[in-house]
Write a protein that binds this ligand. Structure first.
Ligand code: ZN
Length: 153
């Protein structure tokens, strides 16, 4: 779910030196593409299609590299890959369209949310991941602030 993906991106920012904006946007990008196409536009049968493929990762990273350079592209790739790894709980069409997949029709967003809230293992895992990310980013912010105060003395 969205908080888990954001938490993974925040942890990549904190521990893998990823730039904040590209890693956070990339952490949501696969769902922004595929959930919009499926749930809102009803243009695709599944909420995990083009955005959840290695070709989606490669092409979007190449585009970011062309627009904003290597560091932003590295951060984007980390966030995007983090999203895909966070979605390992279900079908991921890594090699689509080169491999055919049996795309099941996606349930509504409300059904997905209800099922998620009724799954204590997934829910507690996402809460724990989110708390870890908040603590890690908070800790980083405190260290930066302390460093600036010490430099000004
Ligand atoms: Zn996803």
């Amino acid at each position: 779910m969205i908080f888990g993906h954001l938490a993974l991106s925040a942890l990549e920012h904190r521990y893998l030196d990823a730039d904040l904006v590209p890693v956070m946007v990339a952490g949501l990008a696969p769902d922004l593409v595929d959930k919009t196409a499926c749930q809102i536009l009803r243009a695709t049968p599944s909420g995990r299609m083009w955005g959840h493929t290695l070709i989606g990762l490669a092409l979007s990273t190449l585009l970011i590299d062309l627009l904003w350079g290597k560091r932003a592209a590295r951060s984007w790739a980390l966030g995007y890959l983090g999203h895909l790894l966070g979605d390992l709980n279900g079908l991921l069409p890594w090699f689509y369209p080169f491999v055919s997949y049996d795309f099941k029709p996606s349930p509504s967003i409300w059904r997905v949310l209800r099922d998620f809230l009724r799954n204590p293992v997934r829910l507690s895992g996402e809460i724990a991941l989110t708390i870890w990310a908040i603590v890690a980013v908070w800790d980083e912010a405190v260290h930066i602030r302390v460093s600036k105060i010490q430099e000004s003395r």
